[in-house]
Design a protein around this ligand. Sequence first.
Ligand code: SF4
Length: 388
Amino acid sequence: MFPPSFSIYVHVPFCHTKCHYCAFDSIPSRPTHAFTSWRKAILADLNYQAKTLNHHPPRPVTSIFFGGGTPSLLPPAIIGEILQHIQQLWPQSNQTEITLEANPESTTPAKLHDWRSLGINRLSLGIQALDDHRLSLLGRPHTTLQARQVFAESRKAGFETINLDLIHSSPGHTPHQWQEELSLAMELNPEHISCYALTVEPGTPLERQLNAANLQLPTDETAATLYQLTQSVLEQHGWNRYEISNYARQDHVCRHNLAIWLSGDYLGVGPAAHGKMTHQDGAIIRTHNHWPLEGYIHTQKHHDAPFQWVELSSPEEAAADCLIMGLRLVAGIPRQLYREIAGADLMEKKSAAVDFLVKEGLLLMDPTSIRLSPRGLDFLDTCLTWLI
Ligand code: SF4
């Protein structure tokens, strides 16, 4: 399994406005000069990472992911230029998965058409809710109608793999409302659905509203019901859960995320982006780019490294990461992959923990894979504290 698969993540930090729950590295502004400086810095970042972290010969790129922030805010010409630059630095095939995250308020038929022409073959729509009241609670700047229109326009533009991002357990969310949103999502018939529970991050407007008791989150019991409902409704209708929060039809799993969950390598390009690269001698290097945006752009202007820090992962850290990421997958981790990363089988390294979790029915040790049972997936964090 060496060398690991190789992907590229490009972080686009711009957003239309800041959503009420957002603690991501994003900025609610989009002046044209910021796009221009960001673009220059991205090209320099790609050059720097190609020079310092590449294998020889360079490995083919399995997937490219424009995430954010809101990549759909960018002029398509800039996206095209970045893709072309990546193509000059690394080999690609027509199998390379290229994803763009798009939000309804900044997606137009013309942009959709341009993205397809640029070779983007997977669209991830930040729908989050299919209910106007819930969208406004979350501070999203679009409506349910806009979301549905953008979905239809995406199909018309020729996108055959579309993901919908949805959030449950926002204030006041009930199983009945969530069931209705899931029904609307399934009516659209996307190939992929990601459903996450809302998390309240410190310092966000949502946290302030909750503290002021203007809003109330669902109880733990209701949140658990919403989580279970997601699984039962989507599975009944033909979407397979392949990761705790991700569902796909047929072979439409997100290859980019799957590669990362299975300890693949990825360049993190752009402000605040994280990367993980395995050196040809086997050493694992983790990188974290500068943030905020001005600091990142400053590095490009002064021909410095884009990294705020770089560190080597010890074999123990790499083995722990392999479990933290891979056990999220319903199919788990190939046993051989864990052995290669950790230098020994999990049975040898953690026999007492493995025995206990297997006896409790939480962990399944097949001859070829290490995976959690459905109940184990519900207790992922507890299982991990035993195993790492
Ligand atoms: S679109 Fe995403 S990154 Fe941008 S503000 Fe909203 S939650 Fe944050």
